[in-house]
Design a binder for this molecule. Structure first.
Ligand code: PMV
Length: 333
């Protein structure tokens, strides 16, 4: 066989976080999570299954992948081969149009794009739920990047029942993520390892006890476009996840002094009447969520803050999709 497909996917930012698995190998999470898919930022991936290849050849951001990064992609291709009954090895080319050090987790968009490209190249026609389930096996949060808009990952009980579903389309509520980058350093401990440490924190049980109430509050705030209610629950959920990280053994400290200063500043702006709140993933950069009308003012304020290296904004984006070879995004490869 000789079959190629190209796909693009966006990263996402979690409003209610995923931290800790019930099953690490299947990436079955301890709790549901809610995220928005981020427009304007892409991973583009081309997969070619070809009988003549002796082994998988994987090039990420212009460099041949090695070690665990390569193995993770090979394991994902193996899942696709198994589903499609294929033995052909693959050539994979993948690149982002946002810098890897920009403070945005790229594994979500990476495994969403890989899942869509590889399944298409393998001749599989999967439903959105099946694509989401499969993307989850590569990186948990990737199951949410298969969908556009605001989405909820239903934790489920097993592989079949753990995938993301739509909560609201992008046009329901034009919320923007204004990202304040305070560090571009690669993190020492990645999220796969972090999920394994979550249970070692005595605070994880408390985080999980309250998560159903926070999920309900978040869904209601989205449904009613109630920004103050969203702000309260999003900040609390981010703070709880970081409290778990910081009290696990060994502790994981992703927040820097500059992150904490920005978090306080954001709360001050809100007290002064601005519609803005913060959330942080497994990194120090501060994601400031606000209604689109507030975004230019938030960007300006953030740019004037000490320790902020750069600021960029992302509106709510669309689902992962295949691309025609003529699509300008393929120029990234
Ligand atoms: O999908 P992973 O293993 O990269 O985990 C993502 C974890 C957080 O970004 C910290 C939270 C989330 O729900 O996205």
């Amino acid at each position: 066989m000789d079959s190629t497909a190209v796909a693009a996917a966006h990263p996402n930012i979690a409003l209610i976080k995923y931290w800790g698995n019930r099953d690490d190998s299947l990436r079955l999470p301890q709790n549901n999570s809610i995220s928005m898919t981020l427009a304007g930022l892409h991973t583009v991936t081309r997969v070619r299954f070809h009988d003549g290849l002796p082994s998988d050849a994987i090039v990420l951001h212009g460099r041949p992948a090695t070690g665990e990064a390569r193995q993770r992609v090979v394991r994902h291709l193996d899942l696709v081969r198994q589903l499609a009954g294929l033995s052909a090895r693959a050539e994979v080319l993948s690149a982002n149009d946002f810098p890897t050090g920009a403070g945005l987790a790229s594994s979500a968009s990476a495994f969403a794009a890989l899942t869509v490209a590889a399944t298409h190249a393998a001749g599989l026609h999967l439903s959105t739920a099946d694509l989401s389930r499969l993307a989850r096996r590569g990186s948990g949060s990737a199951c949410r990047s298969i969908l556009g808009g605001i989405v909820e990952w239903t934790a489920g009980l097993d592989d079949q029942t753990s995938y993301a579903v739509p909560l609201a389309p992008a046009e329901h509520w034009p919320v923007v993520d204004v990202v304040a980058v305070v560090s571009t350093a690669e993190k020492d401990v990645g999220s796969s390892e972090g999920h394994r440490l979550a249970a070692s924190s005595p605070l994880q049980a408390a985080r999980l006890r309250g998560v159903e109430a926070r999920l309900a509050a978040c869904r209601a705030a989205i449904h009613q476009r109630d920004f103050p209610a969203l702000a309260t629950v999003v900040e609390q959920d981010s703070d709880l996840m970081h409290a778990v990280m910081e009290t696990s053994t060994p502790p994981l400290r992703y927040r820097l002094p500059s992150s904490l200063a920005l978090m306080s500043a954001v709360q001050g702006w809100r007290a002064a009447g601005w519609a803005v709140c913060y959330t942080l993933d497994a990194g120090p950069n501060v994601h400031c969520l606000c209604p689109a009308a507030q975004a230019p003012a938030v960007e300006q304020r953030l740019m004037s803050m000490a320790g902020v290296l750069r600021v960029f904004s992302a509106a709510i984006g669309a689902e992962a999709r295949t691309l025609a070879e003529s699509d300008p995004l393929t120029g990234l490869l």
